[in-house]
Design a protein around this ligand. Sequence first.
Ligand SMILES: [Zn+2]
Length: 439
Amino acid sequence: MRYLRVALAGLLALSGHVLFAQHCGTVEYIKHLDEKYPGLMKHVDDMYLQSIQETEQKSLYKLAPHDTLFTVDVVFHVVYLQNNQNIPDSLILDQLAVLNEAFNRLNADTVNTRDIFKPVAGNARIKFRFANVDPDGNPTNGITRTQSNRSTFNTNNNATTTDYVKQSAEGGHDAWDTKKYLNIWICNLNLQNGQRALFGYAYPPVGATFWSSTYYKSDPFQGVVLHYETIGRNNPSFLSDQLYTNEKTAIHEVGHYFGLRHVWGDANWGQNGCLVDDYIFDTPNTYTRASGCDKSLNTCSTDNLPDQVENYMDYSSAVCSNMFTQRQVDVMRYNMVNLRSELPSSEYVGPVRTVAEGNYLFPNPVADHWSVAFDDPINEEVTVELYDMLGRMVYQAQVVANNYTAELPVAGVSIGMYRAIVTSAEHGVIVDTNILKAQ
Ligand SMILES: [Zn+2]
């Protein structure tokens, strides 16, 4: 299986098939540099691994509480040569709706998330709205339109020319303050011969732990670039949802923009992809990128889980992808708070609900012991961890669950508000909620 997939990937790469290369140039750009500067990619991977280990040690991504809704102002810059590239507002409106559904787990196709992954599906609680004031203080509808003399911004599949779309002097449109707005440029990313090659790309936040500094770009280049044929579910280009990522490309690229990596970890040609991870606990190890929607894939025997082709950070088609995981949400929210802190307005919306409806901790507030109630029987050891409001773990215990409940002694814990996370080896996160220790 493993060798078959390597051979297949090589074949597709050589033929330049659109299914292989269509999607996202975020990592390909670095690989392009690697051809010019041999060894760069290994350096990037080494840095990546080192930074991940540091992250794990510090448990960084448990530090951003989940009890707020972030709202982000978005500006779309439409840059076009031909009229069909000057896509109508209706497509952009629909694209914004797609983003809002995905980042609040309100998308209708959550029902297609396989049961094995439902317990780890995450709600990012990020809302996107059209900017209504431009950087000069004038009213705006959040969409700019620029006629360009460039027929495409993808002349040779690298980010130097595609980034021209972010520069007025190069036929594009300068970014609005990238600390205050999410800039999304929409343009033609087909090759000059009209072949589809790239659907979008984005740079991670500067300082993002899951990326080496090789990926960092200065403020005027921060944001997301999308190919005009991917925008909106009602796009007249009618690219097959069975084959292409279409309107879900934007979700994937905004995921990069908040610091997520591809689920397969971007293994290089010749590397064993099962040894290269994205270091997100709840995305199973995956040999390489998926395409289409093959739910039979289980490309790495290092775990007992199938490949999570439902994940937005894979290359699965639009009919397939429908979820972020909770750890991916942790990373995005951590990066929002720490690396894109001026971007959102924050609104307290209360504790995160329990992971599976029916799992909960009681009583709340508590005196000396909690009980965890499970919707389905659990008979294994569960771990409970309590974090204070600064994100420090202040309590950890293991107890064996008995069918529908587990009893947790917490008499020694100080009075205060805590985030409680209950996990087990088999079920992953069972409860993630805020609780009050009253006496
Ligand atoms: Zn990508």
